[in-house]
Design a protein around this ligand. Structure first.
Ligand code: TYD
Length: 210
């Protein structure tokens, strides 16, 4: 059992996860609680090396199974080096993507299947599931518009809109399988309105360990 609070942000690219994560981190810091902001893939020195391989557009031949295992290996290091120790000392941990990205992207969108992705990740997460998953939900076309406005369309275009539609549908399936852990937030609104929903979802959990 950990005494901290583990919140993950999930959603397709362009859903505004990083902005909301920062806003929540500021809010928590102002309340005097220690907050750790991190992301996947990455979050550790070893994980960042794995991240560079995963996001390298030159490695177009990478097999989906390889991809799944690399995401899991970055996660294994993250859980042991940063997530578990921070939670054990009572910190709030905000993580931009975690296990449910592997389920949406690798299990559902790439079609590897849930069982395979869960078993590849069992050793990585070592039982650590988020206390709360904030799913920033947005239409794929709107997300692409946002990414385009930020000049970040290249890598997203590589996978295509159909793939991202499958990712979004994958997140919806995961939410339906675990409705107690997920809160779906309509991300097609101005950031301050989205943040009001984020705060409502986090609710009284910030008051400390139960
Ligand atoms: P990143 O630049 O961090 O994207 P974003 O800002 O949208 O989070 O790249 C991470 C990419 O890796 C993103 O396309 C989602 C994908 N991903 C997976 O496919 N599986 C996973 O388990 C994780 C953590 C990320």
């Amino acid at each position: 059992m950990t005494s901290g609070l583990f919140i993950t942000f999930e959603g397709i690219e362009g859903s505004g996860k990083s902005t909301q994560l920062r806003l929540l981190a500021d809010h928590i810091t102002k309340r005097g609680r220690n907050v750790v902001c991190t992301r996947e893939p990455g979050g550790t020195r070893t994980g960042d090396r794995v991240r560079a391989i995963l996001l390298d557009p030159e490695l177009a031949e990478m097999d989906p199974a390889t991809e799944m295992l690399l995401f899991a290996s970055s996660r294994a290091q993250h859980v042991r080096e940063l997530l578990r120790p921070s939670l054990d000392q009572g910190d709030v941990v905000l993580c931009d993507r975690y296990l449910h990205s592997s389920l949406a992207y690798q299990a559902w969108a790439r079609g590897l299947g849930r069982d395979r992705v869960m078993s590849a990740n069992a050793a990585a997460i070592d039982g650590l599931l988020p206390d709360l998953i904030l799913l920033l939900d947005l239409d794929v076309a709107r997300a692409f518009d946002r990414a385009e406005a930020r000049g970040r369309l290249d890598r997203i275009e590589l996978a295509g809109r159909g793939f991202h539609q499958a990712v979004r549908a994958g997140f919806h399936k995961e939410r339906d399988l675990d409705p107690a852990r997920f809160v779906t937030i309509d991300a097609d609104r101005p950031p301050d309105e989205v943040f009001a929903s984020v705060l409502a979802a986090v609710g009284g959990r910030l008051d400390g360990p139960e």
